[in-house]
Design a protein around this ligand. Structure first.
Ligand SMILES: [Zn+2]
Ligand SMILES: [Zn+2]
Ligand SMILES: [Zn+2]
Length: 323
C-alpha cells in the first residue's frame, strides 16, 4: 500500500475489490497467465473484456458490450478516402475550456530520412468533428515521404501551409484568448489538448503548450504497461475500444478519434469524490511523505487508504467540470 499509492482513481477489480496500478495489471489479475481463480471465473462469465467492468448478468453484459465496442466509423472511412485539402474551423471563441485532440503524420528528413517532419495534421473536437486538417510544408527538405504509411506525395506538400503559420494558428486556438502565462490547471478558457505522444508531436511542430493542459494517452498511468512503458495507440484502440487502426495508409484523423475516445472513456469513469483540499489539483501528489513511518505502521489498511492519494492526475476530474 505504501509504495503503490492506491486511491479511488486506480482501476479496481469488480469482484475482489483489489486496486491495480493500470488496466493492464487489472487485466492480468483477471485473465492473465496467473489470474486470481475466483475473479477469473466470474469475469469470464460476465466481465467486459474492453473496459474490464463486471455486470450483474450475462444479459446485462451483452447489452453493455454493444455500447463498449466501437468501430472505425463511417466518418473515418469518408475522410480517409476524400482528399479534402485544407479544412480550417479553428476559431477563438473565448468560451469555456473544451477538449480537442491533435495528431500528425510525419515524413522523413535528414540524410537517412529518420528525422521526423510534421507533414499532415488534424484537430478534432469532442464529437469527432474536424476543426483543422491540412498538409504542412516543413522547413527542411523531405528526403523520405514514407508513402506506404503516410500516403503523402511531394505534390501534396509543395503548396501546403508553412509550418510557422500552422503552428501560430494552433497555438492561438489552444490558448483561446488566454495568455500562456495565465493558463491554470482547471477552468479558464484554454483548451485541454488530447493526443498520443504529444511531446513528440509538439516538438515537431515547434509548438509550446503547458503540460497541465495535456492529456496524453501514451503517458497516462492507467493506460500504460505494467512495466510503465507506453502502449502504442494501435494497441490501446484494439484493447480498450475494440477496433483496428493504422492499417495501410494512415490518416491523423483516425488517431485523433481514437485518442479522443480513450480520453472520454477515462474521463467518464465514476470515481468517488475525494474530500480533501486539492483533490482536484493536477499537481496533487501522494502525501505519505508527510506522515511519520511509525504512524503509518500503526494504521489499518482502511486508514491507509483514506490518506492514500493517487500520484497522477485522474482524468475523471476533468469530467467534474462538465456537471
Ligand atoms: Zn478518477
Ligand atoms: Zn479480483
Ligand atoms: Zn465494457
Amino acid at each position: 500500500m505504501r509504495t503503490s499509492y492506491h486511491s479511488v482513481h486506480e482501476p479496481i477489480c469488480g469482484i475482489c475489490g483489489k486496486r491495480s496500478r493500470s488496466f493492464e495489471s487489472l487485466r492480468e489479475h483477471l485473465i492473465g497467465p496467473l489470474p486470481k481463480a475466483e475473479c477469473e471465473r466470474v469475469f469470464r462469465e460476465r466481465g467486459c473484456d474492453l473496459c474490464l467492468n463486471i455486470f450483474g448478468s450475462r444479459n446485462a453484459l451483452r447489452v453493455h458490450r454493444d455500447t463498449c465496442q466501437l468501430s472505425y466509423g463511417y466518418n473515418a472511412v469518408l475522410y480517409r478516402f476524400a482528399n479534402l485539402g485544407i479544412q480550417d474551423d479553428l476559431r477563438i471563441d473565448n468560451g469555456k475550456s473544451r477538449a480537442v485532440a491533435l495528431a500528425c503524420k510525419m515524413v522523413g528528413g535528414g540524410s537517412d530520412g529518420s528525422l521526423d517532419l510534421c507533414a499532415k495534421i488534424c484537430i478534432i473536437d469532442e464529437y469527432e468533428n474536424i476543426l483543422f486538417r491540412s498538409y504542412v510544408k516543413p522547413y527542411l527538405p523531405v528526403t523520405h515521404y514514407r508513402y506506404e504509411t503516410t500516403g503523402i506525395r511531394p505534390e501534396y506538400l509543395r503548396d501546403a501551409m508553412p509550418l510557422r503559420q500552422v503552428q501560430r494558428k494552433i497555438q492561438d486556438f489552444l490558448c483561446n484568448g488566454e495568455p500562456m502565462w495565465k493558463i491554470r490547471p482547471r477552468g479558464g478558457k484554454a483548451r485541454i489538448l488530447v493526443g498520443h505522444g504529444l511531446d513528440h508531436d509538439l516538438k515537431c511542430m515547434e509548438l509550446e503548450y503547458p503540460a497541465i493542459k495535456l492529456r496524453d494517452t501514451a503517458n497516462y498511468p492507467p493506460l500504460m504497461k505494467t512495466s510503465k512503458l507506453s502502449n502504442s495507440l494501435k494497441y490501446l484502440t484494439k484493447a480498450y475500444l475494440g477496433y483496428d487502426i493504422q492499417v495501410g495508409i494512415q490518416d491523423p484523423y483516425e488517431d485523433c478519434v481514437a485518442t479522443m475516445r480513450l480520453y472520454r472513456r477515462m474521463r467518464s469513469q465514476a470515481h468517488r469524490n475525494e474530500n480533501y483540499p486539492l483533490a482536484s489539483d493536477p499537481q496533487n501528489k501522494n502525501n505519505f511523505a508527510s506522515w511519520r513511518q511509525s504512524e503509518l505502521e500503526r494504521m489499518t489498511p482502511e486508514e491507509l487508504l483514506a490518506i492514500s492519494r493517487s500520484d497522477f492526475y485522474c482524468w475523471c476530474l476533468d469530467g467534474k467540470d462538465y456537471v
